[in-house]
Design a protein around this ligand. Structure first.
Ligand SMILES: [Ca+2]
Ligand SMILES: [Ca+2]
Length: 276
């Protein structure tokens, strides 16, 4: 039984590390015009939870998006002006899985944000979202081999809704929890229009995320592909200037019935082993 538990934990851990892009397979030479935001490696790994707000550690929230550098001085974001591009690879294929929430197969994280009031933002229960998001739509393409690319020509675009949220907020105590959001879970796309109207508190927006860490969702079915392994983000005329923080493979959510079947299967396996 012990062996099974350990190997299951290991496979879950490796699954988690494969959720974000792990490799830069291409980048234009002209990423140098954007100050700190000039390293394609900044788009690898998980989205930013904490950043250095010029001397003050700050959480990433829907009304306070990441900028500057990480707490260790590391670069967090890469800007894609017209003519600039980055190409990222996932360890494993990203599939058009019917069990992906809202049909969304991968997420692109930037530094879009909603406008909040009043400043400074202290109590998210009473800080109101007054509109936005402030966004910088930038083109996204996908590929199976890293050579042949298919663009989401009619959107969605990178560095748009939904702004990143790193931690869950506790209304009762009007304070942040240490509970991390899920960067592999999409926000319900229907909420974009509702948030843009304003009139909700920042706490309302975070609650409506339902534990998601935000990001812009992409459905591979929109471009007629069943799987991809590479994402290209580029600045083209009219669709440029956005920042990229990370890309994530959406976690499929198994139907309750198949979760039960999986549990029953493991239990049966454990029983058989114990009987030996
Ligand atoms: Ca899909
Ligand atoms: Ca931006």
């Amino acid at each position: 039984m012990k062996t099974i538990t350990i190997s299951l934990a290991l496979s879950l851990a490796s699954l988690a590390s494969a959720q974000f892009a792990t490799q830069v397979t291409g980048a234009s030479a002209d990423l140098t015009g954007s100050g700190l935001f000039n390293s394609p490696q900044a788009a690898l790994g998980a989205p930013t939870r904490w950043y250095d707000a010029f001397g003050t550690p700050a959480r990433t929230t829907p009304i306070e998006s990441a900028f500057n550098v990480g707490l260790g001085g590391e670069k967090l974001l890469v800007t894609l002006n017209v003519g600039s591009f980055i190409e990222l690879r996932f360890d494993a294929p990203v599939t058009d899985d019917p069990l992906n929430p809202y049909g969304q197969d991968f997420l692109v994280f930037g530094n879009a944000f909603y406008f909040g009031d009043p400043w400074p933002f202290e109590n998210y229960n009473t800080t109101m979202v007054t509109g936005g998001p402030f966004e910088e739509p930038t083109r996204v393409s996908v590929s199976q081999d890293g050579v042949n690319w298919t663009a989401f020509t009619n959107g969605p675009y990178a560095d748009t809704a939904f702004p990143t949220n790193a931690y869950l907020w506790d209304r009762a105590t009007a304070s942040w929890t240490s509970q991390e959001s899920d960067f592999t879970k999409p926000v319900n796309p229907a909420l974009a229009a509702i948030f843009a109207q304003g009139g909700m508190s920042a706490a309302d927006v975070i609650d409506a995320y339902e534990g998601s860490g935000g990001g812009t969702g992409f459905d591979l079915a929109d471009v007629g592909l069943t799987w991809i392994q590479y994402v290209r983000i580029e600045g083209v005329s009219g669709l440029a200037g956005g920042e990229i923080d990370a890309v994530a493979d959406v976690n499929a959510v198994p139907e309750p019935a198949s979760m039960l079947a999986l549990g029953a299967g493991l239990l049966a396996l454990a029983r058989r082993r114990n009987q030996r």
